[in-house]
Each structure stands twice: as structure tokens, then as C-alpha cells.
Ligand binder design. Sequence first.
Ligand code: ADP
Length: 162
Amino acid sequence: MKIAIYPGTFDPVTNGHLDILERALKLFDRVVVTIARNSAKNPLFSEEERLELLREATKKYGAVDVDSFQGLLVDYVRTRKATAIVRGLRAMTDFEFELQMALMNRKLDERVETVFLMPNERYTYLSSNIVREIARLGGDVRNFVPPVVRKALAAKNRGTSR
Ligand code: ADP
């Protein structure tokens, strides 16, 4: 059984994340999508909300688990009995940071491989950040996120504009 970990902030999950997940599912028997809890970022959606959105958005795939973790990613990889970390590469701008992370994780545990997957070109400009910004400014995000995320963004923005 080949298990991969797909870590991220997922604030919120986008169609770009799902594109990478679908590609990973072709290579691995199971993929664990996991929220890194100790991120320095100040997320729009709480951890519980992000987990729920991920569960909804990924329930159509059979071999996906949704989880969150704290601490070192390589430790989490071991506890899940996984052999690989999956990350998405959109553009050269992702590369430097991702290379540094991958090589550092290898230093911490040389048994863990990082696998980079490229999304469909139509998602190369897509990020959670830009989706949050478009939604905040009242734009239509239906082409960028699953329906459940569109609704959650609309509800958040109604909440903050009051
Ligand atoms: P992080 O804060 O760890 O970058 P993100 O949730 O932003 O977390 O992203 C998680 C992973 O998904 C990263 O590897 C990121 O490069 C990748 N990713 C995010 N958006 C896209 C996209 N549109 N296409 C491909 N990969 C993506």
C-alpha cells in the first residue's frame, strides 16, 4: 500500500488543490490531505472549517483521508506509514521554496521522497490567497473552487460586511 501525504494550509481548498490530488491518486493507493496546524499564517477559515470543506470537496474520491497535524511533517509522514510528500508546482516562483523544503525534509528523514506534480495550465495562476481576495471584493469564484467553498466564502463575507 503506497500512501502519500499532501500537506498545505488549504485556506480554502481550490480546484488547483483538487487537480493535484487527482494526479496523486493515480500514483498512490491512498492520499492523506492534511492541514499543517503550526503555519505562521493567519487563516480566514478556522482549522475545523477547513477540515469540513476538505471533507466535502474530497468525498467523491474513495482513497482520500482528511486530517491535520502539528509539528514536523516528516514525523507525521512516519506516523501515517506514508512514503511520500506531494506538493504542487505552479510556476518557477514556487520552485525555490519548495526545493528548500524538500531537501530539508530529506535531511530530516532520507526515506521520505517529495513528489512534485504540475496542475493543468488553467490552474497555474490560482491560489487560495487570490480566491479569498476575489470573494472579498464580491467577484465570482465559481470557476476556481468547489461549490461548498463558494458558499462558505459568501457566508464569511456576509458575516464580515455586517
Ligand atoms: P502552503 O501554505 O503549504 O503553500 P497551500 O494550501 O497554499 O499551502 O498549498 C498546498 C500545496 O498545493 C502546495 O504544494 C501548493 O504549491 C499547491 N497548490 C496550491 N494551489 C495550487 C494550484 N492552483 N495548482 C497546483 N498546486 C497548487
